[in-house]
Design a protein around this ligand. Structure first.
Ligand SMILES: [Zn+2]
Length: 215
């Protein structure tokens, strides 16, 4: 089970995803400016705050861009915040930039399809540039701490659905990362030699992804 909390750390509101597990692995991950934490069932907000204040410094928390990707009013798409219009709630389109859905359920499926189309075309583009003679199958799933994965033996690449909230430059950096695993399976120096050839500012872009900076 998961809970979404907004807690106050060093006078800043931070989004925390709490996963409840009785094994209490107590794992802390930061991805997309949000903190992912595993806790036992009976916790209070102040437990979460105390725990996180021990783990993080103020300057680390200050770097997080922790706002939600989607609220009732907006959705961040490709690094740009757009007004969300839900027709079933009687909202009306104002601008052609608005993200329009017929109902709440459609939000996820529309975003997922959009990301699929984008990633499919970027994988094709970068496979050509990098001379990769494989036609990869692409899947979009909810992966959270892991942003992408290259299943070497299946010619399959999977990507986390939250990538749709980030700029195309950031999405491309993840696509090239996964394609680089065609040449090198681990994250050794050889791996980064190839990756940085195609994405020279890779480290900066991956920091943005960790801290939730969307463009
Ligand atoms: Zn990797």
């Amino acid at each position: 089970m998961e809970k979404l909390l907004i807690v106050n750390l060093f006078n800043k509101e931070v989004v925390v995803n709490v996963k409840i597990s009785n094994r209490n692995a107590s794992r802390v991950i930061v991805y997309g400016g949000h903190i992912y934490l595993t806790l036992k069932d009976n916790f209070s907000i102040s437990d979460v705050e105390k725990k996180l204040m021990r783990v993080f410094t103020k300057s680390r928390i200050d770097k997080l861009y922790s706002s939600l990707y989607i609220t009732d009013y907006y959705v961040d798409i490709l690094g740009i915040r757009r007004r969300l219009v839900n027709l079933s709630k009687g909202q009306n389109r104002i601008s052609k930039e608005d993200f329009v859905v017929e109902n709440q359920k459609q939000i996820d499926s529309k975003l997922k399809n959009l990301l699929y189309d984008i990633i499919q075309s970027r994988v094709e583009k970068y496979s050509q540039i990098m001379n990769i003679p494989i036609s990869y199958q692409v899947k979009i799933t909810s992966m959270r701490s892991c942003i992408g994965k290259n299943y070497f033996t299946k010619n399959l690449l999977t990507f986390d659905h939250d990538l749709i909230h980030y700029s195309l430059e950031i999405i491309d950096s993840v696509v090239v990362h996964e394609l680089t695993h065609y040449f090198v399976h681990n994250h050794s120096i050889d791996f980064y030699d190839i990756l940085l050839k195609y994405v020279p500012n890779y480290k900066q872009l991956s920091q943005k992804l960790i801290n939730g900076v969307r463009q």
